[in-house]
Design a protein around this ligand. Structure first.
Ligand code: NAD
Length: 275
């Protein structure tokens, strides 16, 4: 399966769909990532706080660790914000994963106010060629402007909660203006909209599953979904969304399922603490 790719503001590319690894751990994580890579997934999403970097690294080492198409992603936890801590945290993650192609700040943790220093360190890691691409996760427009103004470097990616009940139209618009690519976490939204006619209708029309319709919606929004599954069958299903297209009206109907209180567990970046 050949996955299309999007161009990032640093000139490199990002596959249009990736594989999420939370909460996979141990041999389950290694096996699931191996299956996903064999099947054609090239974007793998991990984080230090998922406590699975070594397990993911094992799968990467068993595949082709030099594969130029692979984008192994991990994230800096809140407790490691700050300049020196970020460099040290990166070193540890790199040792466990074997390679890091995209490094993200996991959450801004604004109350602690150290994400700008973390970003300065990430800019330095990229300048030294230790990591190909750098970005953030769960940042608001304000946080994006702040790190870019402090360093002159705009994040390449912002990985945010995005699914039909929380379609993030405003922040996606900000990303488009700033040249930041959107990655979608919890892209399936716990399947809460699968039975809604806006999703079930196109599923019947195109002979696809509701999950495929929702993932296709992300792809047409130019948002990169990161579905997680430990079942090979579902991994294949989730990848198989590049040979049909939703109409503008179908896209609008799915986006219309959005609600201001649509977040799955209330993770507001201004207040959530991820350490
Ligand atoms: P998801 O939308 O990937 O949903 C996963 C759930 O859906 C699992 O229970 C899985 O069994 C089920 N599922 C998978 N494929 C299916 C299919 N085809 N049909 C029906 N059910 C299916 O949500 P998620 O795992 O919460 O998020 C995906 C990834 O995003 C995570 O693995 C992680 O990598 C990342 N993430 C990042 C953050 C962040 O703060 N940056 C937060 C949460 C998740």
């Amino acid at each position: 399966m050949n996955i299309p790719s999007l161009v990032m503001n640093d000139g490199t590319t990002l596959p249009a769909l990736g594989f999420g690894t939370y909460p996979l751990k141990g041999s389950d994580a290694t096996r699931s990532v191996s299956t996903a890579v064999d099947m054609g997934y090239r974007l793998i999403d991990s984080a230090l706080n998922y406590e699975n970097e070594s397990d993911v690294g094992r799968a990467i080492a068993e595949a082709d660790p030099q594969d130029a198409q692979l984008v192994v992603t991990t994230k800096l936890p809140g407790r490691d914000h700050g300049y020196d801590q970020t460099i040290r945290s990166f070193d540890g993650s790199l040792e466990r994963l074997g390679r890091i192609d995209l490094y993200l700040i996991h959450w801004p943790n604004p109350r602690h106010g150290r994400y700008v220093d973390a970003w300065r360190a990430m800019v330095e890691l990229q300048r030294e060629g230790r990591v190909r691409s750098i970005g953030v996760s769960n940042f608001t427009e304000r946080h994006l402007h702040e790190v870019a103004e402090a360093t002159g470097v705009m994040p390449s990616v912002n990985q945010i909660e995005l699914h039909p009940e929380f379609p993030q139209a405003a922040l996606r618009g900000v990303h488009a203006d700033l040249g930041v690519l959107t990655e979608s976490w919890s892209p399936l939204g716990e399947g809460r909209t699968f039975a809604d006619p806006a999703v079930a209708g196109p599923a019947a029309k195109y002979g696809r599953t509701p999950a495929q319709i929702v993932l296709r919606w992300h792809v047409q929004l130019d948002a990169v979904p990161l579905p997680k599954s430990s079942s090979a069958e579902r991994q294949r299903e989730n990848l198989d969304v590049f040979d049909f297209a939703l109409t503008q009206a179908e896209m609008a109907a799915i986006t219309g399922l959005g609600r201001p209180d649509g977040r799955l567990w209330g993770g507001d970046p201004e207040t959530n603490e991820e350490m």
